[in-house]
Design a binder for this molecule. Structure first.
Ligand code: ZN
Length: 143
């Protein structure tokens, strides 16, 4: 499986994920305090470098998704058909995270049938460790 490349700006995101927390970077300069993703040093709204990591509830909705088709990398081909979803966070509708919808935190990528994935479905973040990195994944609020 491919794991993320963790850079200095994104390192806190992955460190919080390891603790089971979904945190999103935010501007710490009032009154702006805008959430932003992916992580970067400077606020795109007010250009402040003051940053904090705000905890999210981990709830969201599927904003869009794809069911990847071959050719796939071998590790992924073995788990096809699987989904890649774009999740709109409940607290931050303009922030969307890419991930996978699975039946449970440690389930295979093909644990949710493609016909069960639909735009607008409510999801909740879960975490699993793969190759030393804790990844956020998503489960349906009402399976
Ligand atoms: Zn700002």
């Amino acid at each position: 499986m491919l794991t993320p490349t963790i850079d200095d700006d994104g390192a806190p995101f992955w460190a919080y994920a390891r603790q089971g927390e979904l945190r999103i970077q935010a501007c710490a300069d009032p009154p702006c305090e805008e959430l932003r993703f992916p992580p970067r040093p400077c606020c795109p709204t007010c250009h402040s470098f003051d940053t904090e990591w705000r905890q999210m509830t981990g709830r969201g909705k599927i904003w869009s998704y794809v069911i990847p088709h071959p050719p796939l990398l071998p590790a992924y081909a073995a788990q096809a058909p699987y989904n890649a979803i774009l999740v709109e966070l409940a607290e931050a509708p303009r922030i969307r995270l890419v991930g996978n919808l699975v039946a449970s935190p440690d389930a295979r990528l093909d644990s949710v049938a493609p016909d069960r994935v639909r735009i607008g479905a409510r999801v909740q973040v879960v975490f699993t460790e793969i190759d030393g990195v804790t990844l956020p994944r998503w489960v349906l609020e009402r399976p």
